[in-house]
Design a protein around this ligand. Structure first.
Ligand SMILES: *Cc1c(COP(=O)(O)O)cnc(C)c1O
Length: 432
């Protein structure tokens, strides 16, 4: 069974996982049980000592000691997530932000520098620009779509290049393979201690639509709260990377304490992962239709969606966003702006549109988050990205009139019906 397992499709693995564990007997369960023990019986002092000694090492046999170290449900989830991304190991965290801070935390120290793409998830931006200066860690950004300009932004003390692709919320597509090639060239001149690590937040795509490690990324992280969990019931995060970083990630989690709840791990494993492929295929098909509909709508100024041939990132997206069978997989996220004679008018039309949806739409909810079975709309400039000052938003390509739409599983005709009503309303003059 064990040797045969690797010959099955990753989407099958997402459903069945390893099926059994040497550390925990659940061989007669179809669904592994929820484990909710914070501490574990340790037969002897020798076994307890071995557990502590082995923890995080290459000899780690996962002797269960305490939930914040290893724990059965998280172990199972991590094994499936590492396999889904094609990474050597995975460590789960309490939230996506706990995963972001762990991945960066193990790679950076005072005096060092992280270079990012200009548009980032809002809280990642505030971690890097609000908290890191207090730790003496510098963060700067650039437009990473221009890979040729990368080297000019690298400093001797740069240790991490960090980005999302598609970026939140602009949908900027960054050529992962090209950045990896450039960093390989730069790292060839550096020592193992001063090498630059490439870290990607792959939340928007999920491993179903894109696996950055296959394109040369060192470390991939996710907010499990979004598409991977899928139903909007559990928060979580994960960092996936090389075996050499496993111990640091486990120690970080043990000491900073952002531990994923076993109940959340179980739910993500029992519901999120097995349904990931079928949800993403469906959401992405609807997203393609909605993006095309919006693009051809007279009330819409522009649409950024990885699957639209008119989109500037389309060619790169086609190369790097693929499902496990190699089909183009542009995901479920759309960013667009409504028409208006000035930025101010576009912004007002967008606000009327979103407010109309919030009050009248059955299928589209005004709410942050994404990758949910329900379609969600939000206004990044004043919501998810509001901690970025307006001038910096402009520079990062985040428009005051930009609207983010996260497609769910509703009938696509119903989605377009609600969108159409709101688009008509957005163009109507507001009564004085
Ligand atoms: C939501 C999100 C995060 C943070 O995840 P939480 O689970 O909310 O902490 C990080 N990156 C991206 C791209 C996200 O969408």
């Amino acid at each position: 069974m064990e040797s045969k397992r690797s010959t099955y499709d990753p989407t099958t693995h997402l459903i069945h996982g390893r099926m059994r564990s040497d550390a925990w007997e659940y061989g007669h369960h179809l669904v592994p049980p929820i484990s909710t023990s914070t501490t574990f019986r340790l037969d002897s002092t020798a076994r307890g000592a071995a557990g502590f000694r082995e923890f995080g090492s290459e000899e780690d046999s996962h002797i269960y000691i305490y939930d914040r170290l290893h724990e059965p449900n998280k172990d199972m989830l991590e094994e499936r997530l590492a396999a889904a991304e094609g990474g050597e190991c995975a460590v789960s965290f309490a939230s996506g932000m706990a995963a972001v801070s762990a991945a960066l935390g193990i790679l950076l120290k005072t005096g060092e520098h992280v270079l990012t793409h200009r548009a980032l998830y809002g809280c990642t931006h505030s971690l890097l620009h609000g908290w890191y200066p207090k730790l003496g860690i510098a963060a700067t950004d650039m437009d990473l779509r221009d890979v040729e300009a990368l080297e000019a932004h690298i400093r001797p003390e740069t240790r991490v290049v960090y980005f999302e692709s598609p970026a939140n919320p602009t949908m900027d597509i960054i050529d992962i393979g090209a950045v990896a090639a450039e960093l390989r060239r730069i790292n060839a001149e550096r020592t193992p201690e001063t090498r630059i690590w490439m870290v990607i937040d792959n939340t928007f795509s999920t491993p179903f639509c894109q696996r950055p490690i296959e394109h040369g990324a060192d470390i991939v992280l996710h907010s499990l709260t979004k598409g991977i969990s899928g139903f909007g019931t559990d928060m979580g995060g994960v960092v996936i990377g090389p075996r050499g970083k496993h111990a640091d990630l486990l120690m970080w989690r043990k000491d900073f304490g952002g531990v994923l709840s076993p109940r959340a791990a179980w739910a993500i494993m029992a519901y999120g992962l097995p349904s990931l492929a079928v949800r993403m295929r469906q959401m992405q098909e609807s997203a393609r239709q909605v993006a095309r509909y919006l693009e051809n709508h007279p009330s819409v100024h522009r649409v950024a969606y990885a699957g639209l041939p008119s989109f500037e990132g389309y060619e790169v997206a086609r190369r790097q966003m693929t499902d496990y069978e190699g089909n183009f997989a542009p995901g479920s996220m759309i960013y667009f702006e409504l028409v208006g004679d000035s930025p101010q008018e576009r912004q007002e039309a967008g606000a009327r549109f979103i407010n109309h949806l919030a009050r009248n739409a059955y299928t589209i909810t005004l709410a942050v988050s994404l990758g949910n079975v329900r379609t969600l709309v939000e206004h990044p400039s004043t919501m998810t990205h509001s901690m970025i000052p307006p001038e910096e938003q402009e520079a990062a390509g985040i428009s005051a009139s930009g609207i983010r739409l996260a497609i769910g599983l509703e009938s696509v005709d119903d989605l377009m019906r609600d969108l159409e009503e709101a688009l008509v309303a957005s163009g109507e003059a507001v009564p004085a």
